[in-house]
Structures are given as C-alpha cells and as structure tokens.
Design a protein around this ligand. Structure first.
Ligand code: PEP
Length: 257
C-alpha cells in the first residue's frame, strides 16, 4: 500500500522569534516548491506560530504545534489550548515527544487525554513513542512499544486512528547523532503495524503513517525512507536548516517515484 510520506520539522525551543523563523522559511519555501507527493509540516515554538502561519500561506508547507493541553480553556497557567493552535493555523500537533515525557514527566495517560482532545478539535496528532537506551540494551524495546501503544491509544476508535501519525523515536537516537539503522527502525515499524492489526485491523495498520525520528539527516534519510514501513521522518536538529530539511524532503519525494 502506498502511504504519502510525511516529514515534520520539530524546531523545539529553537528558532522561536518571528525573525529567526522567517530567515529559515524564506529559504525553505522555494527549495520545496511544487513537492506535493510529501506532506511537509513545520512545528515552531508557540511564539512563532502566528508569524510562521503568515509566511506559509500559499505554500505547500503545513503548520503544527509541538504540544498542547487537554482542556480548551481555564486556569492552566503556561499551557496552550488546542483552540489557540487552530486559531493560528495549525493543522497538526506533536504529542508525547520524549522530551515532554522525560523532562516534563508526561505520562502515557496524559498523552492519551491530549490525544483525545486533539482529535475532538480536529487537529492531526503526531504521536511519539520510543524506548530508552537501557531498555533497548536489555532487549525490552518491543515490550516498551507494546505498553506505550496500549496506553497512549487507549479507547481511540478505528475512525480516529485514521488521522493519526505515529512517530517511532528511539530516545537514544534523538539529538545524539546516533541513528537507528534502517533495519533496526524497520523492525520496530513492522512491529507497530502488527500491533495495529491486533488492536484494529489490517486496513488501519496499512493506512497509518509511521515516521522515524532520531538524528535523521540528508546522509541517512534515503536509506531510512526507502524501507517499506518507514513513511517519513520527524526531524529535530536538521530541520533548523533549510537546505538540510529540503534534502530530507527530497529523499522522501524520491521514494514516491
Ligand atoms: C526530534 O526532535 O523528534 C528529533 C528526532 O530530533 P533529532 O532529529 O535532532 O534527533
């Protein structure tokens, strides 16, 4: 089955001023102009969302948030409502990124609540899962993935699953320069699809896009993206540079020819 690749650029807490964002995007937009066989999403810090939305108008690049809260409004100082994300043009939102889970103690239960709210608000969730280095070394990767899949997607209907993108991000590969080999990543992507067949059915498992994330760069993107079950990338470091991100997007485009 042909799934449309999706490349997401997660700027994290970088390029957060409107001018920093603009500097990168005025380079990126012409580099990826006309590429319609790949979904391209940029997720800047909240403070740049509005400016980025204006810059991306009439381009083939979509906007996403890096996180959100599970309520629409109220006394939640410092949190961001899905409604606010929508109002500034976000179509996507990253949920459960390992930095949220590890630094800010977000549990699977919290990610599940956020996921339900994002779906209710018609935001397209990019849900990140992945194991720590010690877990991989202890041979527990599949056990961890099984647990995260069960808890994060608890009570999510088959219909809702159709709008979700899963990002498999081995934590030991994020921002470390260590990339999972294409074979290591593919093995877990296949496993995630097997779990989706067990929990839902083959149609869902075949249609869901599973991105790889973890030090993806132009040098390794083609090998990773050419694997049957790797449908894109969630890119941190390399997404801050227009030429690097464009090269990754072009590697994804190549897989569609
Ligand atoms: C990420 O932030 O999701 C990520 C994969 O970062 P990096 O590409 O820098 O490893």
């Amino acid at each position: 089955m042909m799934r449309k690749p999706i490349i997401g650029g997660n700027w994290k807490m970088n390029r957060g001023t409107p001018s920093e964002a603009k500097e990168m995007l005025v380079q990126l937009i012409p580099l990826v102009k006309g590429i319609n066989s790949v979904d391209i999403v940029i997720c800047p810090p909240y403070t740049a969302l509005s400016a980025v939305n204006n810059i991306l108008k009439n381009s083939n690049i979509k906007l996403g948030g890096q996180n959100m809260y599970f309520e629409e409004k109220g006394a939640f100082t410092g949190e961001i409502s899905p409604k606010f994300l929508q109002a500034v043009g976000c179509e996507y939102v990253i949920l459960g990124h390992s930095e949220r889970r590890n630094i800010f103690n977000e549990s699977d239960e919290l990610v599940n609540k956020k996921l339900k709210k994002a779906l209710e608000m018609n935001l397209k969730p990019i849900v990140a899962i992945g194991e720590h280095l010690e877990e991989r070394e202890a041979g527990k990767t599949k056990e961890i993935i099984l647990y995260q899949m069960n808890e994060t997607f608890k009570d999510i209907t088959k219909e809702d699953m159709k709008t979700i993108v899963i990002a498999y991000e081995p934590i030991w590969a994020i921002g470390t320069g260590k990339t999972a080999t294409p074979e290591q990543a593919e093995e877990i992507h296949v496993y995630i699809r097997e779990l989706l067949i067990q929990k839902y059915d083959k149609e869902i498992a075949d249609s869901i896009r599973i991105q790889y994330g973890g030090s993806m760069k132009p040098e390794n993107a083609e090998d990773l993206l050419s694997k049957n079950n790797i449908d894109g990338g969630l890119v941190g470091g390399a997404s801050l540079n227009a030429e690097l991100l464009a090269a990754i997007i072009k590697a994804a485009e190549k897989t569609t020819n």
